[in-house]
Design a protein around this ligand. Structure first.
Ligand code: DGL
Length: 258
């Protein structure tokens, strides 16, 4: 009997991928898992993160009985995809910054990647840029503060518009910039706020539609969506429960990580 699709992130960021999965695979049962006890991931050291991501994903795969895992986190995917695929017995779909489509779209050959401190500095990200955007100027801007704002937005709390504008400020050095990659799954949740804070029109691009498409190709048979989808969290958190409820997930069950 096939299981649900498991979506994993440090916090609520993976909900931007959930929105696309529900749109493209409306019949599939989903389980959302997040490591909210250790949020944010983007400021943590790599060796610690790999061990943690493996432990949390292994526990969540076992608890959910999933048919496939979607790592809806750029910070985790650009670091731990190979290790996850080696460790887990289910297919793993990763989320990495949408450099390739951005390079296809940019008329001025000038892009920026907005992501966590960890993602902007990763060799994986370097490779993406070298392989798909070698003829573009690519600014890399760390914007960890936006993770906090997205967590607030999704749970219904007020966001700090000045903090959003300040996080985007390093982008506006050269008016040729025309394409902005949202390379953290938290950031599309602030799409409206980011679009309102730009200094001139830029195309905003993220990976969620491509991830949902890829998941559809990989999963084949999954459990059918019946009633409310389940969720798992590594710490009790009323604000997280509110955010998950807004995306039609049941109150999170506590995930014990070995
Ligand atoms: N949502 C995650 C990502 O896509 C990271 C957020 C965090 O720093 O925990 O990179």
């Amino acid at each position: 009997m096939p299981g649900p699709i498991l979506i994993f992130d440090s916090g609520v960021g993976g909900l931007s991928v959930v929105a696309e999965l529900r749109r493209q695979l409306p019949g599939a049962a989903l389980v959302y898992a997040c490591d909210n006890a250790m949020l944010p991931y983007g400021l943590r050291p790599d060796a610690w993160l790999v061990a943690r991501i493996l432990a949390v994903c292994e526990a969540a795969v076992t608890a959910s009985g999933c048919a496939a895992l979607v790592v809806a986190c750029n910070t985790a995917s650009t670091l731990a995809l190979d290790a996850l695929r080696a460790r887990l017995c289910v297919p793993v779909v990763g989320t990495v910054p949408a450099i390739k489509p951005a390079a296809r779209l940019s008329r001025n050959r000038h892009l920026a990647l907005l992501a966590t401190s960890a993602t902007v500095a990763r060799p994986y990200t370097e490779r993406l840029i070298r392989e798909f955007a070698s003829d573009c100027r690519v600014e890399r801007v760390a914007a960890d503060g936006l993770v906090v704002q997205a967590e607030r937005q999704v749970s219904g709390d007020a966001v700090d518009e000045d903090a959003i504008r300040a996080a985007l400020a390093p982008l506006w050095r050269s008016p040729t910039l025309d394409t902005l990659v949202l390379g953290c799954t938290h950031f599309p949740l602030l799409h409206r706020e980011i679009a309102a804070a730009v200094s001139w029109p830029v195309t905003l691009i993220d990976s969620s539609a491509a991830i949902a498409r890829r998941t559809g190709q990989v999963v084949g048979d999954v459990a059918a969506h019946r009633g409310v989808d389940a969720s798992l969290a590594t710490a009790p958190d009323a604000r997280l429960a509110r955010a998950l409820a807004r995306f039609e997930f049941a109150e999170p069950r506590l995930l014990t990580v070995g």
